[in-house]
Design a protein around this ligand. Sequence first.
Ligand code: ADP
Ligand code: MG
Length: 361
Amino acid sequence: ELKGNIRVFCRVRPLLPDIEINGAEAAVVSYPTSTEYLGRGIDLMHNAQKYSFTFDKVFDHDASQEDVFVEISQLVQSALDGYKVCIFAYGQTGSGKTYTMMGKPDVLDQKGLIPRSLEQIFQTSQSLLSQGWKYKMQASMLEIYNETIRDLLATNRSSSQDTGASKYSIKHDANGNTHVSDLTIVDVCSINEVSFLLQQAAQSRSVGKTQMNEQSSRSHFVFTLRIFGINENTDQQVQGVLNLIDLAGSERLARSGATGDRLKETQAINKSLSCLSDVIFSIAKKEDHVPFRNSKLTYLLQPCLGGDSKTLMFVNISPETSSTGESICSLRFAARVNSCEIGIPRRQTQMRIADPRLSYG
Ligand code: ADP
Ligand code: MG
């Protein structure tokens, strides 16, 4: 159960065929087998020293997409009950963030958390019809690159050229609902509709990749599903949000040896990732001022990062020796996040005839 802590799951990807396996890799990652740490512990060897970490769950290289999904399906489900849910994938480029989140949506056993979550949400909403529940869902997908929002569902590409100051400005209303001006929001009623959108977004992302220097690994990808439910029998209403976020690569400057534009890019990523950690740690310390506004990502997610949401972070790990330094950094960060208590999650639910005393029941 969620004790108000940010949960953290660690996932180690397999060595990749050809490139890494042929290179006679020494095993740097191992897993404690004691009953106490089974499935929760991970050990890394670095410069003849052992570094041990524990999380809520550790998935080794053998874990399938289904194995991972089973462990988050309850959390996804709670968005239908009116919770705000955020799932992040954090880790260096190449560690398996996109594989975990999106995977290959058209290959059955390689589908990632996003397509699986959506399938489950549509299935469950269908089965809740018999209890009087009717749901309306809206999807949006965006990318944040160098502190600029890009709408991945915009059909009119040319319009993205006109970047007026007010384009994609973020506003939160009194109910904690977020509006991004000019962002494409699509009503979705079936998994087929969403699959189509996922394809469109993937295409839009990969266009950016060739045009803009592998932009996709340098940007945050945010998938948002807004869920509105009303029960015809009881007049109860719920509003949930599911955010699935594929963060930009967390590799540090020193290693990437970046200069010029790439340096600026890396600084922007490092800044927004450190803003994310500042926000998490500041909520955990119950500080009066939480610096949400310091980055686009944290401001966008403000209502979903507050104390009443459910947050889960995946820390993705590359298993090869050359990544051990970065892996230890990622694991240290994740361990700090894991120790954070952000509060008790609350459902957003109310009766159809709004009574202020009943909201946030
Ligand atoms: P990131 O998004 O963190 O940069 P990717 O998700 O693109 O990393 O993964 C890098 C490579 O590793 C890709 O070729 C991907 O298909 C592969 N990969 C990642 N995780 C797994 C996994 N669990 N099983 C098999 N292949 C994986
Ligand atoms: Mg990626």
